[in-house]
Design a protein around this ligand. Structure first.
Ligand SMILES: [Zn+2]
Length: 137
């Protein structure tokens, strides 16, 4: 076995049965790095403390043997990330189409609805909750 093969093998043995790196770990590392840079630029010690705490959490999660709990945490993070990405994408679409459509929320369920601009005052039925109300297009 060469030197590098020995290193690889011992790393594999060390990480066997442990959670390792996931998407949440990567985000924690990047946020930690961002806070560390911000702490240096603004000369705020508290930010570098928070950044160190994030690194400690990341290292703890990587070496954790409680795979079930760590996987659940990562799944919750991914669901949150997906929600944020969807909101951003929809907001971009609303902004892009703002001249053709008037966007508004259903007063009952808060779903986003739209009417072509210049449609006048019409009765709208929400596709999600079937609530009817009048709206100016
Ligand atoms: Zn509705």
């Amino acid at each position: 076995m060469t030197f590098w093969e020995k290193i690889k093998q011992s790393l594999r043995n060390l990480m066997a049965g442990r959670h390792g790196v996931d998407q949440l770990s990567l985000v924690l590392v990047w946020v930690g790095l961002g806070l560390y840079v911000l702490a240096a630029l603004l000369n705020l010690g508290i930010l570098s403390l928070i950044s160190m705490a994030l690194y400690a959490v990341t290292i703890f999660r990587m070496f954790s043997r409680n795979l079930e709990k760590r996987t659940a945490e990562n799944r919750r993070y991914l669901a949150y990330q997906n929600k944020v990405q969807t909101n951003v994408r929809q907001a971009r679409t609303r902004f892009k189409n703002r001249k053709q459509y008037r966007y508004f929320r259903c007063p009952n369920c808060k779903a986003w609805l739209r009417l072509p601009r210049g449609a006048g005052v019409v009765t709208v039925t929400c596709g999600r909750c079937k609530n009817s109300f009048t709206q100016k297009g």
